[in-house]
Write a protein that binds this ligand. Structure first.
Ligand code: MF3
Ligand code: CO
Ligand code: CO
Length: 276
């Protein structure tokens, strides 16, 4: 079947055209995505009580560069570090610091974005610090992982982004957790943030119709309490307003002829914690 050349507009989201990509571009995304995922694998054994998030950031930066990549976040809109590290009630965009030490019982998201040969790979995972993470926090991490995968499994030609958001929201709310509305997944390719906007909530059948060749992230942020967030005075760090715990996982995906390709799967098979 001949593919339509009429631009597809992200009406429900950015209002911008949604770029479509072919097999060679998918292959380049696969390489970038694999480096992003390998970066998370590499930092995993270092995520322990007593390490600072500043030290983890240096480990991430060095690994990306050793493998021919560049950290996309460094200097992006003035962001000062090579990844984002968000601990406990921090929702996203936590800035790594030598003054922030991880403690037994913390839950932590590390979000890495690498540019490899001009293509972006964007992925994040949760980590449990030490052996004594409270049951409720573990449950939040588990449910957030399941919610992300419910969204990924909804991706196929003919489905809509409303189907994807609905799948994620259903898993979160069934467990009496809430979906953050203020941040969304995004198209990406040779740019970091592009159309479409990918909401992690929604109604079946609504929103953008998915077609082969689309590239975007799915990156739900799920709160143990209420969904509202606020951004701190540094202009980046986002926290839950009620100081409840928050979790997030992220994959970069592409819509294929018969479903979905996930570019950021862990080469070591470290998909969800515990990773040992
Ligand atoms: N990696 C984040 C995302 O998933 C974006 C971080 S932008 C930064 O979209 F500037 F905060 F690093
Ligand atoms: Co992203
Ligand atoms: Co990210």
């Amino acid at each position: 079947m001949k593919r339509s050349t009429k631009p597809i507009i992200d009406k429900a989201g950015t209002g911008k055209p949604v770029p479509l990509y072919g097999p060679e571009e998918f292959a380049a995304m696969h390489r970038a995505g694999r480096l992003a995922a390998a970066t998370l694998d590499h930092v995993t054994p270092h995520v322990r009580p007593g390490v600072t998030t500043g030290e983890l950031d240096r480990i991430v930066d060095a690994f990306m560069r050793e493998h021919g990549g560049v950290p996309a976040t460094l200097g992006y809109r003035g962001y000062p570090k090579s990844c984002c590290i968000s601990v406990n009630h921090v929702v996203n965009h936590g800035i790594p610091s030598d003054d922030k030490t991880l403690r037994e019982g913390d839950i932590v998201n590390i979000d890495v974005t690498v540019i490899l040969d001009g293509w972006y790979g964007d992925t994040s995972r949760m980590f449990l610090v030490g052996e004594r993470v409270p049951v409720k926090a573990r449950k939040l991490v588990e449910v957030t992982f399941e919610a992300m995968w419910a969204g990924i499994r909804a991706v196929r030609p003919g489905a809509t982004l409303g189907d994807v958001g609905h799948a994620i929201q259903t898993v979160a709310e069934r467990n009496r957790f809430s979906v953050v509305r203020d941040f969304v997944g995004h198209g990406l390719g040779r740019v970091f943030h592009d159309a479409p906007e990918v909401r992690h909530y929604g109604r079946p059948g609504e929103g953008l119709l998915l077609v082969p060749g689309m590239l975007f992230t799915i990156e739900p942020m799920i709160n143990a309490g209420r969904p509202e967030v606020k951004i701190l005075g540094d202009g980046w760090t986002t926290v839950t307003r009620d100081r409840s715990l928050s979790a997030q996982f992220e994959h970069t995906v592409g819509v294929t002829e018969d479903g979905v390709e996930v570019f950021t799967l862990s080469p070591k098979g470290w998909h969800k914690p515990p990773y040992d």
